[in-house]
Design a protein around this ligand. Structure first.
Ligand code: ADP
Ligand code: 5GP
Length: 198
């Protein structure tokens, strides 16, 4: 039975552990495609251009908007982020699940265009722990950390509209829940029946 690729959005406050959990989820998974976003933000130490993000300047970002190259894009704490459409569509056409690590405004744009998209929100076990993780990561200034924490409250409120909420207390448990969600979403009758009819 040929697997049909689906799109999964992963959102959650900055510092909650999305990158950490996704890195663990992607281990030994040939059936998943990580959508590498374009951003105008500067690379953090250790981030690799083309793997973590496509790091581009504001002019290139505007050019891509003009070419309708983004599935969605948004501004987040002073920088632009966008999902290149082409690679997501190619991955899905090849039967891979596309995983998009994007914030809530972009998630709303994708779901308006493609309502079948599955939305998963990752929440912290507590606010104190979120602040601790953001600080411990050591990549943002105290001012940026405060902006990201303020934004986190708005984001958590919008989690109500998501399909699933995973609490990242331990990485192992969060990954286990993500795997279960991905698996269950491929057991939906609409997909299975059309596969059986082919
Ligand atoms: P995000 O991608 O959501 O911004 P990161 O994956 O960069 O977050 O994680 C932020 C910090 O929290 C990192 O230092 C990471 O090692 C740590 N972290 C992630 N998940 C956990 C967890 N379950 N328990 C403790 N620390 C965690
Ligand atoms: P960071 O700067 O911490 O890597 O990411 C900041 C926020 O931008 C996170 O919430 C992340 O999910 C989001 N983000 C990353 N790529 C994209 C994207 O392509 N589009 C949108 N809308 N948000 C993104």
């Amino acid at each position: 039975m040929k697997k049909i690729g689906k799109t999964f959005i992963i959102s959650g406050p900055s510092g909650v552990g999305k990158s950490t959990v996704l890195a663990a989820l992607f281990k030994d998974r040939e059936d998943l495609y990580f959508s590498v976003s374009a951003t105008t933000r500067a690379p953090r130490e250790g981030e690799i251009d083309g793997k973590d993000y496509h790091f581009i300047d504001a002019g290139e970002f505007r050019k891509m908007i003009g070419e309708d190259a983004f599935l969605e894009y948004a501004e987040y704490v002073g920088n632009f982020y966008g999902t290149p459409k082409k690679y997501v569509d190619e991955a899905m056409a090849n039967g891979l699940d596309a995983i998009l690590d994007i914030e809530i405004q972009g998630a709303a744009q994708v779901c308006a265009k493609r309502p079948e998209t599955v939305r998963i929100f990752i929440a912290p076990p507590s606010w104190e722990e979120l602040e601790r993780r953001l600080t411990a990561r050591g990549t943002d200034s105290p001012e940026k950390i405060q902006q990201r924490l303020l934004r986190a409250k708005v984001e958590l409120d919008s989690a109500r509209c998501y399909d699933y909420l995973v609490i990242n207390d331990t990485v192992d448990e969060a990954v286990e829940e993500l795997r279960a969600i991905l698996r269950a979403e491929h057991c939906r009758p609409a997909e299975r029946v059309s596969q059986l009819m082919d």
